[in-house]
Design a protein around this ligand. Structure first.
Ligand code: ADP
Ligand code: MG
Length: 246
């Protein structure tokens, strides 16, 4: 198991104003595997993402990466451990005043890598996401799909074992979405990554995921093989099409 989420819960506020956004969520993802979490807006997907990469402290439960429980670490240890999880957010969150290369360099700069090492690594990463020729472009000079691929390169800068993608294809057109998914598919094999792919778009996950969990009001309801879930969705669609009045 590369990443295990065990009995994770998150409650915001306390007393009468307490809201439980995640309720006892558990799942595991192996290296080389893509696990998708699908659910409607407000289901708790982004909260789950922020608890997995420990931007948010879960109220209870554990995040275990390569056998180490990240939730039990002190803040200093956590800063180190967080490197094991790379995150791509919706509409990338690139810094607009930095070139693609300078954005990818950010995590390496924080780490104190030398200029020469950073330059080499950034070059490799941009090549890997198919943007070797776009290093000196600013985010506004790139398409939405290209910006998300820069986001992947940045997420991979510190060689994580887990790649977390939260609505990274939302807002992209079909071609850009397919290109993002194809890239994920290649990377998980080449880099042996465990991928957690979060989206509200069912049709997107069918193309890429090995297994799927459906998040509904903070509860991960079903986890299953993508084929089964796709068939269920298809038969549901079929039933709707056959319904009287259509
Ligand atoms: P999704 O990404 O699936 O749309 P979110 O995780 O963003 O869902 O939000 C789930 C619920 O948690 C929403 O009702 C939202 O208002 C609530 N929520 C998220 N962050 C906070 C917070 N910091 N404080 C209080 N409530 C929050
Ligand atoms: Mg969200």
């Amino acid at each position: 198991m590369t990443i295990t989420i065990r009995n994770l819960s998150k409650t915001f506020g306390d007393g009468d104003s307490a809201t439980t956004v995640l309720d006892d969520v558990s799942f595991s993802v192996e290296s080389g595997e893509i696990f998708a979490v699908v659910g409607p807006s407000g289901a708790g997907k982004s909260t789950l993402a922020r608890c997995i990469n420990l931007l948010e402290r879960p109220t209870s439960g554990e995040v275990i990466v390569n056998g180490d429980s990240l939730t039990q670490l002190t803040s200093t240890e956590l800063r180190q451990a967080r490197r094991r999880i790379g995150t791509v957010f919706q509409s990338s969150s690139l810094l607009s005043r930095r070139t693609a290369a300078a954005n990818v360099a950010l995590p390496l700069e924080y780490l104190g890598a030398t200029k020469a090492a950073t330059k080499t690594r950034v070059g490799e990463l941009l090549e890997r996401v198919g943007l070797g020729d776009k290093a000196q472009k600013y985010p506004h000079q790139l398409s939405g799909g290209q910006r998300q691929r820069v986001g992947i390169a940045r997420a991979l800068a510190l060689k994580p074992s887990v790649l977390l993608s939260d609505e990274a294809t939302s807002g992209l057109d079909r071609v850009a979405t397919e290109s993002y998914l194809t890239l994920l598919d290649t990377l998980r094999t080449d880099l042996d990554l465990a991928v957690v792919f979060i989206t509200h778009e069912m049709e997107t996950i069918v193309k890429v995921a090995d297994r799927v969990g459906r998040l509904d009001h903070g509860t991960l309801r079903e986890q299953g093989d993508i084929v089964d879930i796709a068939l269920d969705a298809q038969s549901l669609l079929g039933a709707q099409l056959r319904a009287p009045g259509r």
